[in-house]
Design a protein around this ligand. Structure first.
Ligand code: PMP
Length: 466
C-alpha cells in the first residue's frame, strides 16, 4: 500500500515505516528483508472495509486472515470487550474459572456434533492444534499404548506455526528451510479435484485418496497411528473442497482403526460455511475433536480452542492412572475477555449473521465463478464465503504461473489501486470477506477483481511473459 507524501499525517506515516523497518519482525518474512521490512499499514476498519495509511478505503477481501467474520468496527464486540475487562480482566485458569468461559463452553457444545461437548481454550489456531495432538499423545500414554502416536495429515494442508502443528503442514515452503518433527507425521495426497491425475474421474480420485489412507494404515499399523487431521476445506492451501464423500469415508477408516479424527475448523467454523461448525452440518462428519480460532471472536481477541468428545475423558477416568496429569495449559486458556467477546460474537452469528452468510453465498460463488471466462483463470472454486481464483499459464495443461511472475501479487497491486485487498498466494487469489457483505458489495468486489485480472493479463502480454 503506497503512501502519499504530503502533510503531517504522512510524516507520521514515514516515521512509522522507519520504526517498522528498524524494530518490527513481520510474520512469514524472507531472509532478504527479515527484520527490515515495513508492510502496508492499515489504520482503520468499518464493516467490510479497511482504510490504509494514505486514507484509501479498500474492501477487505480476505477478512484479515479469514477471521473478521462480523466485520470491522462492530460496536457490540468492542463494548463487551471493554465491559468484561472492567468486570474481570483476567483469572488464572490454574486454580480458578470464570463465567464467560463456562457459558461459552456450553453454547459451543450445543453447536458441535453430539457428544463433542467439552472445550479446552487456547490463544489461537496453532495452540489449538497443538493441544489436540498433545491430548492424543497423553491419552494413548495413559491407555498403555504409547506406540499409537503417528499423525496423518495431507499435502497442501496448514495447521499452524508451533513445532508440532507446523510439522503437519504440507506446503513446500513450510519445510524448505524449517525443521519439523517429521518422524511423527505421515502425509497423504492433497484432495484437490482440480489437480487430480489426468483422465481420472472425481469419483475414482476419491477412491484413490481413501485407498491411499487404507494402505498407510496397513503399512504403518493401526496400533501406531493416533490421529488423522484435516481441514474440511483446505484454506491456505488454496480453498480445496474435497471430492464428495471423501471426509465421511476417511472418518469411517478412522473409526474402524481407532484413530482419532481431528477436524481443523480454524477457518471453516463460525459462519464461513454458514454454520457455527461445518463438520456435521456441511459434511456429515462427527469428528472426535474440532479445533477452532479466528472467527470465534471475529478476530477481535486472540482466542482458539479444541472441542473434545466427552467419551475420551470417560475412557481416561476409567484408566488405572488417576494421577496422570495432562501437563498442558496456557496462561491465557479460558481468558474471560476473549470468551466474553466470543459469546457476543455467537449472539451475532445466531441472531442473523449465519443466515445472511448462507443467503449470500450462492451469489458470491456464482459471481466469482464467472471469472473463469478470463483466459488467465484456470479454476474458481469454493464453498460458503470462501473461494479461490487459481491462475494458470495454460488451461489445457493447468500449468500454474511460475513463482517469479508473482501473478497473485500483480493482481493484488491492481486491485488495491481500485479499492480491494486480495490475499495473493503465488498464483492464487483467495476471497473470504467479512460475512456481513451485501449482494451489492459482492458485485463491487468481483468487478474490481475482474478488472485487476484483466489489467494483469494486459501487463503480462505487454511484457511478453504470457
Ligand atoms: N489451522 C488452520 C486451518 C489455519 O488456517 C490456521 C491459520 N491460518 C491455523 C490452524 C493456525 O492458527 P493461528 O495462526 O491462529 O495459530
Amino acid at each position: 500500500i503506497p503512501k502519499t507524501a504530503n502533510g503531517p499525517a504522512d510524516e507520521a506515516a514515514d516515521d512509522l515505516t522507519l520504526l517498522a523497518e528498524r524494530h518490527l519482525v513481520q510474520p512469514w518474512p524472507v531472509s532478504g528483508s527479515i527484520g527490515a521490512e515495513a508492510r502496508g499499514r492499515l489504520d482503520a476498519g468499518e464493516g467490510i472495509y479497511v482504510t490504509d495509511a494514505s486514507g484509501r478505503r479498500l474492501i477487505d477481501g480476505p477478512a484479515g486472515m479469514w477471521c473478521v467474520n462480523a466485520g470491522h468496527r462492530n460496536r457490540e464486540l468492542a463494548e463487551v470487550m471493554a465491559s468484561q475487562a472492567m468486570e474481570l480482566s483476567y483469572n488464572s485458569p490454574w486454580y480458578t474459572t470464570n463465567a464467560p468461559s463456562v457459558i461459552l463452553s456450553a453454547r459451543l457444545a450445543e453447536h458441535a456434533p453430539d457428544g463433542v461437548d467439552h472445550v479446552f481454550y487456547t490463544t489461537g489456531g496453532s495452540s489449538a492444534v497443538e493441544t489436540a495432538l498433545r491430548f492424543m499423545q497423553f491419552a494413548n500414554n495413559v491407555k498403555g499404548r504409547p506406540e499409537k502416536k503417528l499423525i496423518v495429515s495431507r499435502q497442501g494442508g496448514y495447521h499452524g506455526s508451533t513445532y508440532l502443528s507446523a510439522s503437519l503442514n504440507g506446503r513446500p515452503r513450510d519445510h524448505d528451510w524449517m525443521d519439523s518433527a517429521s518422524d511423527l507425521v505421515v502425509k497423504l495426497s492433497c484432495p484437490d479435484p482440480f489437480r487430480r491425475p489426468d483422465g481420472m474421474s472425481v469419483e475414482a480420485f476419491c477412491d484413490f485418496l481413501v485407498e491411499e489412507f487404507r494402505q498407510v494404515i496397513e503399512e504403518k499399523g493401526a496400533d501406531r497411528i493416533g490421529a488423522f487431521i484435516a481441514e474440511p476445506v483446505m484454506a491456505s492451501g488454496g480453498v480445496i473442497v474435497p471430492p464428495p464423500g471423501y471426509l465421511r469415508r476417511m472418518q469411517d477408516l478412522c473409526r474402524r482403526n481407532d484413530i482419532l479424527f481431528i477436524a481443523d475448523e480454524v477457518v471453516t467454523a463460525f459462519g464461513r460455511l454458514g454454520h457455527v461448525f461445518a463438520s456435521k452440518e456441511v459434511f456429515g462428519i462427527e469428528p472426535d475433536m474440532i479445533t477452532f480460532a479466528k472467527g470465534v471472536t471475529s478476530g477481535y481477541f486472540p482466542l482458539g480452542g479444541v472441542m473434545i468428545a466427552g467419551r475420551l475423558f470417560e475412557e481416561l477416568r476409567r484408566s488405572n492412572h488417576s494421577e496422570a496429569m495432562f501437563a498442558h495449559g496456557l496462561t491465557y486458556s479460558s481468558h474471560p475477555v476473549g470468551c466474553a467477546v466470543a459469546l457476543k460474537n455467537l449472539d451475532i452469528l445466531e441472531g442473523g449473521l449465519l443466515a445472511h452468510a448462507r443467503a449470500v453465498s450462492d451469489h458470491f460463488q456464482q459471481s466469482l465463478k464467472a471469472l473463469e471466462e478470463l483466459p488467465l483463470v484456470g479454476e474458481v472454486r469454493g464453498l460458503g464465503l470462501m473461494a479461490c481464483v487459481e491462475c494458470v499459464a495454460d488451461r489445457a495443461s493447468k500449468n500454474p504461473l511460475t513463482l517469479d511472475l508473482e501473478v497473485g501479487k500483480r493482481i493484488d497491486r491492481h486491485c488495491q489501486e481500485l479499492g480491494l485487498l486480495v490475499r495473493p498466494l503465488i498464483h492464487m487469489c483467495v476471497m473470504s470477506p467479512p460475512l456481513t457483505i451485501s449482494l451489492e458489495q459482492i458485485d463491487d468486489m468481483v468487478s474490481i477483481l475482474r478488472r485487476g485480472i484483466e489489467l494483469t493479463m494486459d501487463d503480462l502480454t505487454r511484457e511478453g511473459l504470457w
